[in-house]
Design a protein around this ligand. Structure first.
Ligand code: PMP
Length: 450
């Protein structure tokens, strides 16, 4: 009976649901997931798939954790909803926990998504500069290939051509520099030198624009959606120094890299000594169990908003931001991450298991294997010499064959046709060793078969 109901739902949904359509491979929109456990989900036909991209890199703890579902249900019964124009215990506790995890003194503003967390950051930054005598500082700098969200401000910071051009013009005041993409460096030098030159380009732009006009730099520690671009830690450190020197706030987008994905609690922690002014997060914050975005701001920035007697407060509100159930889920999620040593696990198994994919470097079509923890990108090319991106049809074939074998992987890069040539592998952080072996064996056998 359940199956009959399911196929009925499938029919109805595909005829009226406007889904994002382009995920994974050309026929992915036909897939209907109905249940999941661990790293696996089951579709409406009863076929099992290992989710090698953790939903949209959000299901850090995988599907079906009873404790998390219970935490949500319990909170919904206790206090269904309360706005964060005032307080409720799960939000207060979670904000304290986030500050502790970030290793500094941070105040957190809650929202519902990664896009919203970044929008919130932009508004905080502009108001902060306004209230500290730097009214002219309004520009934001991000990097080509970055993805920071779908709403117009976050989209303006996003720099993947096809995501933007149809919606131009973007918001004024958003500028872009070249990322630390040493595989296709425009700077030359060895990879580390190339990364440092990419950092220098940020300083050049700040000087060119005039530091009195530049408000903040937003970056992911490791560009995820733009093809898994992994800089040397020195790049992040150099960027942080440049920002500090020019009173340009550093916004670290940890929407994908936060909560263990890279083998540290947060991605920026790979770069010793770096403490971002603002950290934005979503996805892994709740492992995708409920929507929640967070913008954590250093307390010295927050202090500018709390002086009384002036209209200094932040004129910004989100009805559902920091929903009690979402905060309760986040707290349970973090408790499990800590209790089960997920961060160490990712660090170790990332190397010992997923790291085996580096062996594919002997294949002519594998230009580069980039990895940090459970975040991998395999840059596919027609041959190692020319580095011409592997064509869309072949990319689709690889992703499609993996899917046939029961493994979902992704592909991205830039959205310009022909540059979507990076295979994405980012399984749940709780994947068993057998799961990880399955990922490696499947990807390896499919690539070697093309
Ligand atoms: N920042 C990054 C780095 C992301 O990958 C995403 C989502 N893919 C976002 C922000 C936006 O998050 P959301 O889809 O929750 O708005």
């Amino acid at each position: 009976k359940a199956e009959v109901e399911m196929s009925h739902v499938a029919e109805k949904t595909t005829s009226h649901l406007w889904n994002a359509m382009h995920r994974y491979n050309p026929d992915a929109q036909d897939m209907m997931a109905v249940s999941g456990e661990g790293s696996w989900f089951v579709d409406a036909d009863g076929k099992k798939y290992l989710d090698g991209v953790s939903g949209l890199w959000c299901l850090n703890l995988g599907y079906g954790r009873q404790e998390i579902a219970d935490a949500a249900a319990e909170q919904m019964r206790k206090l269904t909803y309360f706005p964060l124009t005032m307080n409720h215990p799960p939000a207060v506790e979670l904000a304290g926990k986030i500050s502790q995890l970030l290793g500094g003194d941070y105040q957190t503003f809650f929202s519902n998504s990664g896009s919203e967390a970044n929008e919130t950051a932009f508004k905080i930054v502009r108001q902060y500069h306004n209230q500290t005598g730097n009214q002219g500082k309004y520009k934001f700098i991000s990097r080509y290939r970055a993805y920071h969200g779908s709403t117009l401000g976050a989209l303006s910071a996003t720099a993947q051509a096809n995501r933007r051009v149809k919606y131009d013009p973007g918001a004024p005041g958003f500028l872009h520099v070249y990322p630390p993409y040493s595989y296709r460096s425009i700077f030359g030098g060895d990879p580390e030198e190339s990364d440092l030159k990419a950092a220098q380009m940020l300083e050049e732009m700040i000087n060119w624009e005039g530091e009195e006009t530049v408000a903040a730099f937003i970056m992911e520690p490791f560009i995820s959606g733009g093809g898994v671009i992994i800089p040397f830690p020195k790049y992040i450190q150099r960027v942080a120094e440049i920002c500090k020197k020019h009173n340009v706030l550093l916004i670290m987008d940890e929407v994908v890299s936060g909560y263990g994905r890279t083998g540290k609690m947060f991605g920026f922690m790979h770069a010793e000594g770096v403490q971002p002014d603002i950290v934005t997060m979503a996805k892994g914050l709740t492992s995708g169990y409920l929507p929640l975005g967070a913008t954590a701001v250093k307390s010295e920035i927050y202090d500018v908003f709390k002086q009384t007697g002036k209209d200094n407060h932040f004129r910004h509100v989100s009805t559902y931001g920091g929903h009690p159930a979402a905060c309760a889920v986040a707290l349970k999620n973090i408790e499990i991450i800590e209790k089960e040593n997920i961060v160490e696990r990712v660090h170790e198994l990332g190397k010992a298991k997923l790291g085996k994919l580096h062996a594919l470097m002997d294949h002519e079509n594998v230009g580069e294997v980039r990895q940090v923890g459970f975040l991998l990108g395999l840059e596919m090319v027609t041959d190692k010499q020319s580095k011409v991106p592997l064509d869309e049809a072949k990319m689709g074939e690889i992703v499609g064959k993996c899917k046939e074998k029961g493994l979902i992987i992704g592909k991205n890069g830039d959205t310009v046709p022909g540059q979507n040539n990076v295979l994405i592998i980012a399984p749940p952080l709780t994947s068993t060793e057998a799961d990880l072996n399955f990922v490696v064996e499947t990807v390896e056998s499919v690539i070697r078969s093309i």
